[in-house]
Design a protein around this ligand. Sequence first.
Ligand SMILES: Nc1ncnc2c1ncn2[C@@H]1O[C@H](COP(=O)(O)OP(=O)(O)OP(=O)(O)O)[C@@H](O)[C@H]1O
Length: 336
Amino acid sequence: MDMTKSPDKAEFDRAVQADTGTLAIEARDLVKRFDGTVAVDGVDISVPAGTIYGILGPNGAGKTTTLRMLLGIIDPDSGTRKVLGSENPHAIAHRIGYLPEERGLYPSMKAVDAIAFVGSLRGLPRAEGRERGRKLMEDYGFGHIADRQIRQMSKGQAQTVQLLSTLVHKPDLVVLDEPFSGLDAISQGRLEKLIRGLATEGTTVIFSTHVLAHAERLCERIAIIAGGKVPFEGLVSTARDRLPPQVHLETRNLDGPWRSALPTGAEPQVKSSGGALFDFSLTGEVEPLLAALIEGGAGIEALSIERAGLHDAFVAIAGEAAARALEEGTAEGDVK
Ligand SMILES: Nc1ncnc2c1ncn2[C@@H]1O[C@H](COP(=O)(O)OP(=O)(O)OP(=O)(O)O)[C@@H](O)[C@H]1O
């Protein structure tokens, strides 16, 4: 599906620009081939400034390649990208923090020195980097290991230090490639909090993930990517609204005039107590349904109406195979 021409996306972009005048990232129709094989095939991305954005897809979908094109590490074969208002990502590198998929800091460096070193690559004087690095470590609850060498740290601790190093020069945009991979449940929760805090302070965050729950909890907008294509780009709520809400209804009575208010095909499961259970998709408004149930004497015992979750929306948008690949790519220990 060509989302560039999708009315809801075009409308949202216009609304975003009218509201804030700012998209931190605007990429259109990015294409990248490796040895003749298309890795990324027409990706569109619109990230409003100060928001959290997720690129969601299974292994090999094209997430890293997309992020690298946005950063200017590789150039697209075609398409356009504008990052923090610039069409040349290198010109604004000092305003970006990047956690690459490949992890690694110098093992012999102390944490504060490693953070200062990464900051210096983005133009921050080392002494200031060390000072800020210590503060970042303390704020994160890592003050007690600020002077420990990277080699003496656990994998998760070292990864967190690397993440903090991407923030030391106070970037306007933070790009995180699979930041949750390899972290235990508690560290993942703390990272979610850190990301939320960044956005609250006005920093734009874009991250890739193959775990739906992180995207669902954190993001305002997402791109769903599968096989290099983006079948959905937009608000998480818009993705969820692709599917009708699900109604679960329990009634004391089995029959009555109220039954005509239920969609055709909503077959009851008869309860031994005489009532019935119904599960069906809400096709119209809630109020008329509720009125018909009450006035028609259904005897409501329980009623819940649930919006579709991102998982079901993902299946509807990207298909069963992509959803299975997403789940299979979820490494053991990943927290959902
Ligand atoms: N430098 C490269 N040379 C050749 N093929 C590449 C290169 N980089 C990526 N690819 C291929 O492009 C496709 C997309 O890879 P990419 O790393 O962007 O996916 P991803 O969604 O980030 O997956 P993962 O989570 O596994 O890293 C894959 O088929 C991959 O094998």
